[in-house]
Ligand binder design. Structure first.
Ligand code: SAM
Length: 323
């Protein structure tokens, strides 16, 4: 495998707890959420991020669980932004609590927001997430646009038999709104195969549906933080549509990311199931140099742990590690 990218991106999960319970992720099914003493404290996370920044990590995405249930989320953003070498801090959220906090997040220095939203219909939102909060999410999206969070991305997981009839509605949103909609293939996870088994819908199918309705898509090279997505624009649209092919295309060689969960474990690859315990060192009085050596090993080993199968190992819970 040819490795084309350097590891410069950290997905940082701040909590394993969530206020929604999407059926394919199912965080609330867990018998045991981490106790607060098991979760890395903000100053411990900042220390690890500072060392990682010295090793080339320049972008951080805050995720969860749901990161907006953390009371110190704005403080976290501003502390990460002050770390030398960190150029960008972004957030992935379900958007339920966004309305009240988005201005403060922006003032704290947050660069970008991705909102996970699989439907534009209130009842269906309830069916997918177990909560009747679509209105709150939509208000949060509008407010984010008003306060000038750009780019603003909506991530829609493609779920066969559940939301494929909304692919065109999501694409249409980009015509009049400055929003980048990304259609994302469902990952299969070893502990949820049953609920996910009928769910696979490829991003190329979504793309074909959009092309047959709206005509050719104009390739868009210029979307900030576009990672493994391919971006296009409908004619004269304000926003873009992107397609992330988790399963139908492998992009291990282009993977630039590490994931650290709230218990201080780093997953170099979602699929390998391999987790390094960084908290152990942090809590046992290790020096920065010792932690740095472990992080250097993790980065060097990253591509050794690449995709062993197309199913995410159960040791790496999506709801803990944050997508
Ligand atoms: N609570 C936040 C949110 O909803 O964005 C952050 C955590 S959530 C686990 C992050 C993302 O992972 C969401 O966009 C969710 O849809 C996605 N996700 C969860 N399980 C997934 C799966 N099996 N395949 C693809 N994406 C998944």
């Amino acid at each position: 495998m040819e490795i084309k990218t350097k590891t410069d991106y950290l997905r940082l999960s701040l909590t394993d707890n969530c206020n929604l319970n999407c059926f394919y992720c199912n965080p609330l099914e867990k018998k045991h959420f981490l106790d607060s003493c098991e979760i890395l404290r903000l100053e411990e996370i900042v220390r690890v991020v500072r060392i990682l920044a010295g090793l080339g990590i320049s972008k951080i995405r805050l995720t969860g669980g749901e990161p907006l249930i953390k009371e110190d989320i704005c403080t976290a953003v501003s502390l990460f932004k002050k770390i030398d070498g960190i150029e960008e801090v972004s957030l992935t959220t379900n958007g339920v609590f966004l309305y009240d906090i988005v201005e403060e997040l922006k003032r704290s220095g947050l660069d970008r927001i991705n909102i996970s939203l699989d439907t534009l219909r209130r009842e269906r939102f309830y069916q997918i997430t177990g909560r009747d909060c679509f209105g709150q999410v939509w208000q949060g999206i509008e407010k984010s646009i008003d306060v000038g969070i750009f780019p603003l991305k909506l991530n829609m997981i493609l779920l066969r038999g559940i939301n494929e009839d909304e692919i065109l509605d999501f694409a249409k949103l980009t015509i009049n709104h400055k929003i980048d909609v990304r259609f994302i293939e469902l990952f299969r996870t070893s502990n949820r195969l049953k609920v996910q088994q009928n769910g696979l819908l490829s991003s190329s199918e979504a793309k074909e549906m959009i092309v047959s309705k709206y005509g050719g898509l104009l390739p868009e090279g210029n979307v900030v933080g576009n990672g493994p997505a391919e971006y296009f624009r409908l004619k004269e649209a304000k926003g873009t549509v992107g397609f992330i092919s988790n399963l139908s295309k492998h992009f291990c060689g282009e993977c630039n990311r590490l994931r650290m969960d709230s218990a201080g474990r780093i997953a170099p690859c979602l699929f390998s199931g391999y987790l390094y315990n960084v908290k152990g060192l942090v809590r046992n009085g290790a020096s920065d140099e010792t932690i740095r050596e472990l992080l250097i090993d993790i980065i060097a080993d990253k591509h050794k742990h690449n995709k062993k199968s197309a199913v995410i190992d159960h040791h790496v819970e999506m709801s803990s590690v944050g997508g």
